[in-house]
Design a protein around this ligand. Structure first.
Ligand code: NAD
Length: 322
């Protein structure tokens, strides 16, 4: 039986990944600061611990694994990453985790290691026009991410690639673009746009309004969790190192995302654009590389994933108020 290790297994993507790997027949060990928030972990073994600590990493990555997935990071949505207040922690904590893990992955001669980078590594100057942002993989340099979160991801991509060159570590790197879906953070300040939008709409009184950060003309694309994991597994099963985008190329303005959510709810709501932390003006996944290397790209319509996510968040709100 193949063995997998998922770091960040208590998080949104990690907890879904554990479930997928179990269904594929892997024996899975997980580790995180916390257990998954919204369902019991399906991991065979789960170690609660701080991966910034050497001793914890020695316990967690202590043997050969066929596959290791490094998803643990200090991260959140715009309200966490773009205010500047968490910059030192984001850089320090995530870099430490990656440095600790890469060293042990070499020591135990693991089969393959996946690293989750981000669309936030792309230069701000290529994302000023909301209608035509450039996020092709080879546009990453000269680098100018708009957040320290993006700079740390870029550093860690290079860290993994260096270990691949110098120590023959078998690495796969994906740059995720705004992954969303059920069992993701939807309240508390670390939630991202789709979940925040669903919460605001679900909580709004019919005939009222919802607040949306910025002028609402900023654009993004959002990828449903199942398609993200499909991309991760296809990348791991391929010979391609990456970095490669794993994202949707269905670009939408934030106001249109708000309107889509309002339409799903069936409510009559107005959108009130207010100032707030934003990030780049436009961003969309460029899927030419993934298509040419993996002969696959995500293709679910955004609406389908948003309907599922809205209904899940609505249920959470109802359960909270019972
Ligand atoms: P998440 O915050 O839900 O999961 C990250 C997990 O890492 C959390 O459970 C957290 O507790 C854990 N963690 C943080 N510090 C830790 C520490 N010191 N020791 C042990 N565990 C620690 O985020 P996610 O959405 O599941 O993202 C997973 C990965 O994908 C992250 O590396 C993230 O940067 C990357 N990514 C996500 C998105 C997205 O849209 N969700 C986009 C781009 C990149």
């Amino acid at each position: 039986m193949k063995k997998a290790l998922v770091l960040g297994a208590g998080g949104f993507i990690g907890s879904h990944l554990v479930k997928k790997l179990k269904h594929e027949g892997f024996w899975v060990k997980g580790s995180d600061l916390k257990y998954p928030e919204y369902s019991k972990t399906e991991a065979d073994e789960f170690i609660i611990g701080d991966l910034r600590e050497q001793k914890i990493c020695d316990i967690v990555l202590n043997q050969y694994f066929d596959e290791v997935y490094q998803l643990a990071a200090d991260m959140g949505g715009a309200g966490y990453i773009f205010t500047g207040e968490n910059d030192a922690n984001v850089m320090h904590n995530s870099a430490l985790i990656n440095i600790n893990i890469v060293e042990r992955a070499v020591k135990h001669k693991i089969g393959k290691i996946f690293y989750s980078s981000s669309a936030c590594i792309y230069p701000e100057f290529n994302q000023l026009d909301p209608e035509s942002p450039n996020c092709a993989e080879d546009s990453a340099y000269p680098a100018q991410p708009d957040s320290e979160y993006g700079w740390e991801k870029l550093f860690s991509e290079r860290l993994f690639l260096s270990f691949s060159r110098n120590y023959k570590l078998n690495v796969r790197i994906a740059r995720f673009h705004n992954i969303f879906g059920p069992k993701g953070t939807w309240t508390g300040g670390k939630e991202k746009a789709p979940a925040a939008m669903c919460r605001k709409v679900a909580e709004a009184v019919n005939g009222g309004e919802i607040e949306v950060w910025g002028d609402g003309k900023q654009t993004r694309s959002f990828l449903y969790i199942d398609e993200c994991l499909e991309g991760v597994r296809r990348l791991m099963n391929s010979d391609f190192t990456g970095p490669v985008n794993i994202g949707s190329d269905e670009m939408i303005s934030i106001n249109d995302l708000a309107q889509m959510t309002i339409n799903i709810s069936g409510k009559n709501l107005t959108i009130n654009n207010i100032s707030g932390p934003l990030g780049v003006r436009g961003r969309n996944s460029d899927n030419k590389l993934i298509e040419s290397k993996l002969y696959w790209k995500p293709n679910w319509p955004l609406l389908k994933g948003m309907e599922i996510t809205y209904n899940w968040i609505l249920e959470q709100i109802k359960n909270k108020t019972i």
